[in-house]
Every structure is written in structure tokens, then in C-alpha cells.
Design a protein around this ligand. Structure first.
Ligand code: FAD
Length: 445
């Protein structure tokens, strides 16, 4: 297989974001809005899609607005970059059987698989020894243990104040638990919030997580390229402004990220209550990007779906990788936290160079021999998302509840950040959308 087969040069890259400006446009929705629907749904990610199914089943009329060209939001699979499924956002099918996508996939004959969790750990220039690897896992347990202990006690403080800070592998554990999982550094999230997230068993689906979400949206009338710009709620019901006109409805379900809400991506008139506005900032988005590289051979030597981690130094410049995802040769080399934001600013070339440079040190000349090309996401600068997923800032944990509370029985909020313990996941977003829409049905039916 040559790089030319995939339209990528050997050093080539594609820079992509949720908005995917370099990718071909999907057809815009052509249907007209129903006049005065019962409900407007804002956003067609996992939460909005789930909400639409509930309203449809209940027989409530609705208009479903999506600002972007695609449905799925932060769960989208594309094949243009590499010729194989490439998840731009969510890839790990988390939450086991609590995740409604499990039952859906099984019902349609699709099967998830649970890959063996092979891990390879490296220093800067060689594989870590068994003793070093054991040292890392000990450090990992110690860091998780310290955050968990504080969280169990309801301490709404940053992990930075409680985690061990010495040891050769401690910063690697920090990276794994902070930037790699949370999209945040150790000073940017709350122990209490972290503790209140469900343990996850991860699965994979070879077609890509975004494919499953898009399939679930098939047949739903979604008005793409149609942002909600303002929501008026001073009179009876709501008025939702869009570039295609205003929609009057009895209620609105807002499913956009807290990043969009905090940035004022939708204006509310009158302004929302002060605590509600504060919740958009306190349940704050992290930063996380895939720097996806394709290799013609399994240079990592772990078969399908192995993990690679390298020792992290005081610079905190680090990535963790899922290698040879579903046997496609794709390595999702992921960065998180402040470093992800900085690298996103530096651009896709810099991101790819960073990862290739690190890999050369660890693996050697096989990296260049088998490298086929790469693609880099830029979620933090995507105006329709502004980050990866949300978690409470230190001191902000009580704001989770404020975030998910409806306003005046007319403005409802759903989405990953609104789920009690499955936040930051597609499954959590889906359940939040379903539950919120059911509450709307109870109110309006
Ligand atoms: C890089 C990355 C990796 C991830 N990895 C995983 C993973 O492995 N497993 C997992 O379970 N989760 C993962 N997540 C998180 C997961 O993708 C999200 O939790 C989930 O998809 C969020 O769904 P949502 O419906 O709440 O929000 P979104 O998907 O953000 O949907 C909101 C929608 O609203 C639209 N919108 C924005 N503004 C407007 C407006 N004004 N008007 C109308 N529409 C608007 C957006 O375009 C978007 O489509 C990852 C996320 C990222 C970014």
C-alpha cells in the first residue's frame, strides 16, 4: 500500500475540526420549518438526536436546528483523510451496557469488541524496563488514589493540591489521568467531580463511533447549516431566531456544549439567571485533540488497538496513543490540556512534527519508513464546540446541577455536561437528551 493510494503525501496532513472545513459539504437540509412547533431542539449531536427520537415517538412536533453541515457533533467519523473510518471526536465506546448505543448496535447486528489492553511504555529513547513500567503503574495508582480520596470526601479542589509530586514516572501518571482522560491539567478540574464519574469499560466499533451516531440520526428531519442565534423567553413560550427566520415554540431543548454557551454563542433575551450563566463557565470545557497518523506496518508491535505512553518530563509536552486502531494502521496520538491548546495554536504541521519526533526517539527509523500521512483535529477553535468535553473547575462542582436545571419550564438543557455521572461521553449525552425530552413531553403532552 503506498501513500498515493490514500491521496496523502508522505509528509502530508489534513487539518480538520468538527466543522471540517476542508471536507466536502453535506447537502443542506431543504425541508421547511413547521409553523409553531411544540419544541425546538438546538444541536444535532448525540443528545439532540436522542431528544428528537423521544419527541417523535411522543408525537410532539419539533424543529431540529444544527449549525454545522454534519450531524453527530463531537461524534463524527470521516473516511476522506485515510480511506478508512477515522473518528474526529469520540472513538472509545464507553459506559458498557449503560450506553444506549450498545443495545442499538446489537439490535442491528453490529458488534462491539473489547480489545486486549496491550500497553507499551517508553522513555524518550527506548522501551521502559519492566521495573520502570511497574513504577509507572504504582505512580498511577497513587495519583488516582489521592484524587479519589479527596473526591470521596466531597473535596471540590484541584488534584494538584493532593496528588504525589515526586517520582520519575509521576508526571506520566498525571498526564494519563489529567490531559489524556479529562482534557485538563491537574490544576484545572475538581476531585469531587472526577470522583462522581462512572467507571468505564471501553469497547470499539470498526465502523467508527461517529458512524453509529449518524446512523441513529438517519431519517430525522434536521435543519443543517441553521444555527439558533437568539432565544427570547420573556413572553409565553420561546422564540428562537435563526438566519432562516424565527420559530415560535412552547419549549426549547438546548444541547450545545458549555463552551458554546460560555462564549455567548446563543444570546438569551432576557438574560438567563446569574447562576445559570455561571454554570456555563464552571462546568468548563477541556482541550483534547487527535493527531492521527497512519502507518503501513504495525511499527508498534502490539497488534490491533494497543496503547503507547511515554515518560513525561517537566515540560508536560506529552501524547498517549491508541495504535493500529481496528487494524487500520491508524494511531490516534492524543494530546490534552494546556499543551493541546498550545499545539492547536501552533498548527497541524507542528502537531505532527511533535509526535513524529517523539516516536523516532522511541521506535527509530521504522517510523519514517512506514509513515503514510496524518490528520489533526482542532476542537478548541471550532466555534460550534470550543473544546472537547466539560468537567467542573475546582470549586465548581455544585454547578452541575444548576447547569441541567430548566429555566421557567421553557428552556431545557441537555448534553454530555448535563449527565450526572456519564458526562464527557456520547452515552451520557444520549441519555441526557432522552431524559430531558421525556421531561418536556410530560410537561407539554
Ligand atoms: C477529541 C474528542 C474525543 C472524545 N472521545 C470520546 C470517546 O472516546 N468516547 C466518548 O464517549 N466520548 C468522547 N468524547 C466526548 C463526546 O464526543 C461528547 O461527550 C458527545 O459527543 C457530546 O454530545 P452532545 O450532543 O452533548 O454535544 P455535541 O456533540 O457538541 O452536539 C451539539 C451540537 O450543537 C451544534 N451547535 C452548536 N452551536 C449551535 C447553534 N447555535 N445552533 C444550532 N446548533 C449548534 C454543534 O454543531 C453540535 O453538532 C470525545 C470528544 C472529543 C472532542
Amino acid at each position: 500500500m503506498t501513500s498515493r493510494d490514500h491521496g496523502l503525501t508522505r509528509r502530508g496532513f489534513v487539518s480538520i475540526s468538527g466543522a471540517a472545513t476542508l471536507l466536502p459539504s453535506a447537502a443542506a437540509a431543504s425541508q421547511d420549518f413547521p409553523a409553531n412547533p411544540d419544541v425546538v431542539i438546538v444541536g444535532a449531536g448525540a443528545a439532540g438526536i436522542a431528544a428528537a427520537h423521544v419527541l417523535r415517538t411522543a408525537g410532539l412536533s419539533h424543529v431540529h436546528l444544527e449549525a454545522g453541515r454534519y450531524v453527530g457533533g463531537r461524534a463524527r467519523t470521516e473516511t476522506e483523510s485515510f480511506g478508512v473510518p477515522h473518528d474526529l471526536g469520540a472513538h472509545w465506546v464507553q459506559n458498557g451496557r449503560r450506553n444506549p448505543y450498545f443495545a442499538r448496535a446489537e439490535a442491528s447486528g453490529h458488534r462491539f469488541y473489547r480489545a486486549p489492553e496491550a500497553f507499551r511504555i517508553f522513555t524518550d529513547d527506548r522501551p521502559a524496563s519492566p521495573a520502570e513500567t511497574a513504577e509507572l503503574w504504582d505512580a498511577w495508582d497513587a495519583v488516582e488514589g489521592a484524587i479519589g480520596k479527596a473526591g470521596r470526601r466531597g473535596r471540590d479542589i484541584a488534584p494538584a493540591g493532593v496528588v504525589p509530586s515526586t517520582g520519575t514516572w509521576t508526571r506520566t501518571a498525571w498526564f494519563g489521568i489529567g490531559p489524556w482522560e479529562m482534557g485538563k491539567d491537574m490544576d484545572a478540574f475538581s476531585c469531587a467531580d472526577w470522583w462522581n464519574s462512572a467507571d468505564s469499560t471501553d469497547y470499539y466499533h470498526a465502523a467508527g463511533y461517529g458512524t453509529l451516531v449518524a446512523t441513529h440520526a438517519a431519517g430525522l428531519p434536521i435543519a443543517r447549516n441553521t444555527p439558533a442565534t437568539r432565544i427570547r423567553w420573556g413572553g409565553p413560550g420561546v422564540e428562537v431566531e435563526t438566519p432562516r427566520g424565527m420559530i415560535r415554540a412552547r419549549a426549547v431543548i438546548v444541547t450545545v456544549s458549555t463552551g458554546v454557551l460560555a462564549a455567548g454563542g446563543i444570546a438569551f433575551d432576557p438574560a438567563l439567571p446569574e447562576p445559570k450563566q455561571a454554570s456555563f463557565h464552571e462546568i468548563a470545557m477541556g482541550d483534547y485533540n487527535h493527531i492521527t497518523l497512519r502507518f503501513a506496518e504495525d511499527i508498534f508491535g502490539m497488534g490491533e488497538d494497543g496503547y503507547l505512553l511515554h515518560q513525561v518530563d517537566a515540560s508536560d509536552e506529552a501524547f498517549g496513543a491508541l495504535t493500529n486502531a481496528s487494524g487500520t494502521g491508524l494511531a490516534y496520538c492524543d494530546v490534552g490540556g494546556r499543551f493541546a491548546r498550545d499545539l492547536e495554536q501552533a498548527g497541524p504541521d507542528a502537531a505532527i512534527d511533535f509526535v513524529l519526533g517523539k516516536l523516532r526517539g522511541m521506535i527509530g527509523s521504522d517510523v519514517d519508513r512506514h509513515y503514510m500521512g496524518g490528520a489533526v483535529t482542532a476542537w478548541s477553535s471550532d466555534p460550534l464546540v470550543r473544546g472537547c468535553y466539560a468537567s467542573a473547575r475546582p470549586g465548581g462542582y455544585p454547578m452541575r446541577e444548576v447547569l441541567r436545571a430548566p429555566v421557567a419550564d421553557r428552556i431545557f438543557f441537555a448534553g454530555e455536561a448535563c449527565h450526572e455521572d456519564l458526562w464527557a461521553t456520547v452515552g451520557g449525552a444520549d441519555i441526557s437528551g432522552t431524559e430531558t425530552a421525556r421531561a418536556v413531553v410530560r410537561l407539554l403532552a
